[in-house]
Design a protein around this ligand. Structure first.
Ligand code: GRF
Length: 194
């Protein structure tokens, strides 16, 4: 593996469920010379995910799986990933919980972005909860995925100030901007020693 000239980039799959702004952002990042990753495919549990349109734009594979938590479902997804030699999975607004079995098979190779300063505010509705608790700061976190929700080892975080006028929408918007900076940074950090 060669660091920045990217002779051999890490084959990556992105998992999404919706809008896909982080997917688009990672797609653009992956096309830079210094990026350690190459995005091979986007996978979703939801055929109506808006983000799936970007697959066409960037001419990468897209695939829908139902992620129903059964062994058969896991095997189908794992087989697809194996066939495509995927070595890293980036969750980006992916709303399904992966099974323990799936996470074990891909141990240490699944990362996620979460819109809070973990370990605070795991799960959903993070912005409103931070505002309701009168937090002065919020932010976003990129972390490894393990079998407890939003609890894996933290790779990188970015903090922002919550202003008095912020509501959950304005805060989400501010944090999303930071997410788009953080996710590529975290990936670079992860592979900087290679
Ligand atoms: C982001 O805020 C991400 O942190 C969270 O879900 C949102 C997905 O947004 N997990 P997008 O689909 O990447 O635009």
């Amino acid at each position: 593996m060669v660091k920045s000239i990217g002779i051999k980039k890490i084959k990556t799959a992105i998992f999404i469920s919706g809008r896909g702004s982080n997917f688009l952002n990672l797609m653009k990042f992956s096309q830079k010379k210094m990026s350690p990753i190459e995005i091979i495919c986007v996978i979703s549990n939801n055929s109506k995910s808006k983000g799936l349109y970007y697959a066409k734009e960037f001419k990468i594979k897209k695939k829908i799986f139902d992620f129903n938590g059964t062994n058969i479902s896991d095997q189908r997804i794992l087989l697809f990933l194996k066939k495509n030699q995927i070595k890293l999975i980036c969750l980006a607004g992916f709303m399904k919980i992966l099974t323990k079995n799936f996470i074990q098979k891909f141990n240490g190779k699944i990362i996620n972005i979460h819109p809070s300063l973990l370990p605070k505010y795991k799960g959903l509705n993070t912005h409103q909860r931070a505002i309701d608790n009168k937090e002065r700061f919020s932010g976003c976190t990129v972390h490894f995925v393990n079998s407890s929700l939003d609890s894996g080892k933290i790779i990188l975080q970015k903090r922002i100030k919550i202003s008095k006028n912020d509501n959950s929408f304005s805060l989400a918007k501010k944090i999303l901007k930071k997410e788009h900076i953080l996710y590529p940074q975290a990936i670079k950090k992860l592979f900087s020693s290679l």
